[in-house]
Write a protein that binds this ligand. Sequence first.
Ligand code: SAM
Length: 386
Amino acid sequence: MSERSTPRVLPLIDERQQSIPVPTGPFHHPDRLAAHTALSDTLGRNLRDLRISVTDRCNFRCNYCMPKEVFDKDYPYLPHTALLSFEEITRITRQFARHGVQKIRLTGGEPLLRKNIEGLIEQLATLRTPAGKPLDLTLTTNGSLLARKALALKAAGLQRVTVSLDGLDDAVFRSMNDVDFPVADVLAGIDAAQAAGLGPIKINMVVKRGTNDHEIIPMARHFKGSGIVLRFIEYMDVGATNGWRMDDVMPSAEVITRLQSEFSLVQLEPNSPGETARRWGYADASGAHNPAQGEIGVISSVTQAFCGDCNRARLSTEGQLYLCLFANQGYDLRSLLRGQASDDDLASAIGHIWSGRSDRYSELRAELPSDTRSGGRRVEMSYIGG
Ligand code: SAM
């Protein structure tokens, strides 16, 4: 089935208007902060990772994320005044860092479209964990502006980038981004990022069965031994506009089997708790991982939902805090930021919200029959940040 003939589920209700009241009142954070212990939710999951969407706009129209038919010139993008300013983002991120957040990922939309994003990176690079360490500062991009911006991003204090790339075949890539953007320009962006020292670089490839699964092996060949980690992502039922169907999902297990037809792979231990990707290394003749050949990862959000150690919170473009990619409501932190709240009030709100967290949407969704999952009323990934 071609990309064009995929049936659409159009959003009828704008979920962005609703938010959950932010809990107020003192939270016992001073002890926690002094002791440098991480904030835990009701299932014992620590808050470690904050993803920040800096814009809901993108210059690509990937069919699985921001299909052209929905995100057209009439789409109600957020007005500039609704967006958190760089100062607001930095102030709230500082409170997250007090609670143990160690990693920040800027995303969107396309984060490099946000004017002077380097200015935000400079501010975030000054933040420290309670133990005095800089935060791990990274960004996910479609790579279209990377060749131009890599050096400035590095100079501003960005440590790493993840680049989304769904294939090497120019025709396939142009059709998937749906704005006729050439693959050579993204590859030039990846080269520029590598030359600027924005590594280790990761590449995200969303695999859609029948659309780009024939690109799995060429992508693996291309990045093997380059120091760049290629990750295959299962096409997810995020948002409500991409007309998701289980038939279009290629399970990670199948991706691995396909790779094993050409490469010898050995499973690797996770780098850190809560890591989204399962790691596989290229093996040498003895069957041991050969680090010079590198590794790949698979992100199995559909077939092997992982909520058990999820340590991620997401801050939307307009300052709503979401506790899950599949949540349809967030907590309005922007009104606190723009009201009279002190830094301690903000830290208390975050403490209350995370410590009350009990969701495990992905696992619960996985228990549903696949044909009942699509078309749900969920927030778009471009808004909440992928
Ligand atoms: N514009 C940036 C980019 O292209 O990387 C950042 C935002 S994008 C929403 C972040 C990541 O989400 C990309 O790697 C994209 O491929 C992935 N993504 C978007 N929709 C997805 C879906 N339905 N299933 C799986 N991954 C998806």
